[in-house]
Design a protein around this ligand. Structure first.
Ligand code: BGC
Length: 846
């Protein structure tokens, strides 16, 4: 059979002209409001450059890869690959695009959508396949069809709260939710967020994020997702999707798939976007896993990603869209492109893309209509695109009583506008609990914490206080993209695609962090910084308070009962982080610790942050990874520091002793023959984070799943039982429904364990279950269950915790059968409080 590469089918619209149009206009396609007025676009860029220190700043932007000359030709001579045909066939072709199944819980929405779409003309259908301009600040907007009483759709960012508008909450970010290991809290947060999006008239919430998974330790967007572990991310995304959609808002689970590095995420000049080259087994067992959970939860939308996957663009990849998502996982909803992620017209339509954002761009719109009229794209494909979209709208009940799309999304908040307060006071406890539970205490010696009415506190570090500005402007600004505490020139250079490189500055030195930066940032309405809450507490207690947020080497009052140092690790969309630690903050900590024998460190870390430089200092008595807590940040840290709350967060990643201990630290760069087609080979397979540390027997500083409490817990009585009346056949045989074959979710093994609070203080423990699958090449252990249990102090009777292991939990992906395969043999089952503290061990033979 002839090799049939995805993009190759798009011959009418491919070629250098189309590519030129596509790349030159990337900024305007990403930000359509710039396109409306070209002059403004130029002005914005000029302003960015001026802010950045003039033209010298532009010249200083790093060069792309190894390209020596402006035309992208490289020093590697004739070996340089110049044509995409070189890669054809690396991503297998899967055609035609499957129609929406309309099965099970979707049957009724499908029937209604089918009926409505039957009444649409071709032009009307085409109008629903791409974004249009609107007078709202929605990130994307699908126009109405008045004749059919279809009101249109507002799509807006993002997974940590509604961005770029007023009267919304700043929820804890994905990484913070991951660190809480609390499914119920993830569900409550989803319900709260969903309610706010709905009140503002947002039909589609552009989140949650489960790609990136976090392969790169310094990945710029890892903080938007929950964890580097697919099971933890999958369990939390399931709850999040179910809850947001339960509130009537469609989730756009993103970015599908392999979107692991920001560097070269988009094509630029004659350099294509990076290709994540992932083998089939790794794809299923790691990168697809949490997406599968999101689809299983009913996610009505999936966003395809900027990167290439096995050298086929994420939004033109028939294997991942038609094959995996729409066939293997039985996805019922529609696929939207990431903003400007379309680089071909017919190919994307045939590969399974259903909606282009933010506009039809150079490829769809009239051209898609022509392609239907000349028979290149079957009209049935357009009908399916629109049926999937309209069905999702019905499925969330948006046809009845949903606000006007974008009603609360003023395009310019400096002008008089309709003020729609979306906040719901009944979710305030969720915002606070969420902020509290994502803090992870990793060191606490000499009873440093909790604080007991300290006589004198000294507070240091740039991450203790609010940034000096929290105000929207008429257009784009640091506020719009969570860059108020950071260096905006650097942020915008990366984010707007002016430079496609690793960011330079590792910290946000102008204030505390509530979220990271970029489209996943949050918009603060009311926030409380650590310093705000500390002042109040100190005032009530009569504690003397001193502070210095600006000095790198501040004077220290020797009478301090404790010194608190607040630092951070910034991360943003558009750039990967430059490092896993920073000298400025490390020096600040060491400087204070040399003068204060009770130094408590709090790091707002938007990703993994190493602490080797100061962790063993005898005067560093306590350390918190404070992640990105959202608007209740200050209240949360004060309640933890003073012991009103007991820390219960656990690391959703591994903290190494040495950056070199990680299998993949930074981004791949265009190089050698691949200067124009950057390649990222995921050759480590599933062995990232703790799977790698376990396999190579490397001792981390703090292992995956680790976190301290002010009490201690004891484990006992493990029981592992095979379920009765279940099939243990090697392959699932069930029909495909959302998420895959239905019997993948059959419970084959039941586990229980006892845990008790061995101290006097009330606390909560995350009981973790790991499984060792008896198959060569599998990790030593993998997380396959967790429950957060609240345990009262001074209670000697243990609680019993129950786990259910499904067929998928115990299976490996069989690349030949193209099914999950239940291995025969003795499975190891371990239970405990972290991936390296597993006091209970048992087994089960399957
Ligand atoms: C991001 C998406 C986001 C979209 C809309 C893109 O740059 O990658 O995550 O939803 O913009 O703002």
């Amino acid at each position: 059979m002839a090799s049939h590469k995805d993009e190759a089918v798009d011959s009418p619209l491919r070629g250098s002209d189309a590519a030129q149009v596509s790349r030159q206009s990337w900024i305007t396609r990403r930000f359509p409001f710039l396109k409306k007025k070209r002059g403004i676009a130029i002005l914005v860029i000029v302003v960015l450059v001026i802010i950045g220190g003039g033209l010298a700043g532009l010249a200083a932007l790093p060069k792309r890869g190894n390209a020596d000359s402006a035309d992208g030709s490289s020093g590697s001579g004739s070996d340089t690959i110049t044509s995409d045909t070189h890669f054809y066939g690396e991503s297998p072709p899967v055609y035609p695009s499957p129609n929406m199944p309309g099965a099970g819980p979707w049957a009724s929405s499908f029937a209604k959508a089918h009926a409505l779409v039957l009444n649409m003309t071709l032009s009307e259908k085409i109008s629903l396949t791409a974004g249009a301009s609107s007078n709202t600040s929605c990130s994307g907007f699908i126009p109405s069809i008045r004749r059919l009483k279809f009101p249109g759709l507002c799509l807006s960012d993002a997974g940590n709260g509604l961005r770029a508008t007023d009267f919304v909450s700043t929820w804890p970010s994905g990484i913070h939710v991951g660190a809480s290991w609390n499914k119920a809290l993830a569900r409550d947060r989803g319900a709260g967020m969903g309610g706010e999006f709905k009140t503002k008239g947002v039909n589609v919430l552009l989140g949650p994020v489960v790609g990136p998974v976090g392969r790169l330790v310094v990945g710029g967007r890892n903080w938007e997702g929950f964890s580097v572990d697919p099971y933890l991310a999958g369990a939390l995304v399931f709850e999040t999707v179910a809850a947001i959609q339960g509130a009537g808002v469609i989730t756009s689970t993103k970015h599908f798939i392999g979107n692991e590095q920001e560097t070269n995420r988009n094509p630029k000049g004659d350099v294509e976007a990076v290709s994540s080259n992932i083998d089939d087994q790794t794809l299923h067992e790691l990168y697809l896993w949490p997406f599968q959970d999101a689809v299983h939860a009913g996610s009505g939308n999936i966003m395809c990603s900027y990167n290439r996957l096995n050298n086929s663009y994420g939004c033109a990849n028939s294997k991942t869209l038609n094959g995996i998502l729409k066939t293997e996982l039985g996805f019922e909803g529609f696929v939207v492109s990431d903003w400007g992620a379309q680089h071909a017209g017919i190919a994307t339509a045939l590969a399974g893309l259903d909606m282009m954002m933010p506009g039809a761009g150079s490829f769809w719109g009239d051209k898609l209509e022509t392609a239907v009229q000349n028979g290149t794209v079957p009209e049935s494909r357009i009908t399916d695109m629109v049926t999937r979209t309209i069905a999702a709208w019905y499925q969330m009940g948006q046809d009845k009583g949903f606000p006007i799309p974008g009603v609360g999304m003023a395009s310019d908040m400096t002008k008089p506008h309709n003020m729609v307060d979306a906040r719901n006071s009944s979710f305030r406890p969720t915002l606070l609990d969420g902020a509290v539970e994502g803090h992870v205490l990793v060191k606490n010696i000499r009873d440093a914490l909790p604080l007991k009415k300290p006589k004198m506190l000294s507070i240091f570090g740039y991450s203790a206080k609010n940034p000096d500005q929290n105000t929207p402007t008429g257009g784009i600004s640091p506020w719009t993209f969570g860059a108020s505490s950071f260096n905006y020139t650097e942020f915008s250079g990366n984010f707007f695609g002016l430079s496609d490189a690793v960011g330079n500055t590792p910290i946000a030195f102008n204030g505390t962090l509530y979220s990271g930066g970029g489209s996943g940032a949050t918009s603060q309405s009311t926030v409380i910084a650590p310093f705000d809450a500390l002042v109040q507490r100190a005032y009530d207690d009569g504690t003397a308070l001193f502070w210095d947020f600006v000095s790198g080497e501040p004077p220290v009052n020797q009478g301090s009962t404790a010194c608190l140092v607040f630092g951070n690790a910034y991360a943003t969309e558009g750039a990967d982080r430059p490092d896993v630690q920073d000298g400025y903050t490390d020096n600040l900590v060491k400087h204070v610790a040399a003068r204060c024998n009770n130094t408590v460190v709090v790091l707002h870390n938007a990703g993994i942050r190493l602490v080797e430089d100061f962790i063993d200092h005898p005067n560093v008595t306590a350390v918190f990874f404070a992640h990105l807590p959202g608007e209740a940040s200050g209240r949360a840290i004060v309640s933890l520091l003073y012991g009103d709350e007991n820390p219960s967060g656990k690391l959703p990643y591994t903290i190494a002793r040495d950056a070199k201990d990680y299998p993949v630290l930074g981004p791949d760069q265009p190089e050698g023959a691949f200067t124009r087609f950057p390649q990222s080979n995921f050759s480590e397979g599933v062995f990232i984070d703790y799977r790698h540390f376990d396999a190579k027997n490397i001792t981390p500083r703090y292992e995956f799943g680790f976190g301290l409490s002010y009490t201690t817990f004891e484990y006992g009585n493990l029981s592992v039982q095979k379920a009765d009346n279940e099939s243990f056949a090697p392959y699932p045989t069930g029909e495909i429904r959302e998420g895959g074959q239905v019997d993948l979710w059959d419970v084959l093994v039941k586990v229980s364990a006892e845990v008790k609070n061995a101290g006097r203080r009330d606390g909560a423990e995350v009981v973790q279950l790991y499984v060792g699958i008896p198959e060569a090449g599998q990790p030593v252990r993998q997380l396959r269950g967790f429950e957060k249990v609240v345990l009262s102090g001074n209670v000697t009777t243990p609680e019993t915790v129950h786990f259910e292991l499904t067929r998928r939990d115990l299976s490996v992906w069989d690349v030949v059968a193209q099914k999950w395969w239940l291995t025969k043999g003795e499975y190891k089952v371990e239970v405990g409080g972290s991936s390296r503290n597993l006091p209970l061990a048992g087994k089960v033979v399957v």
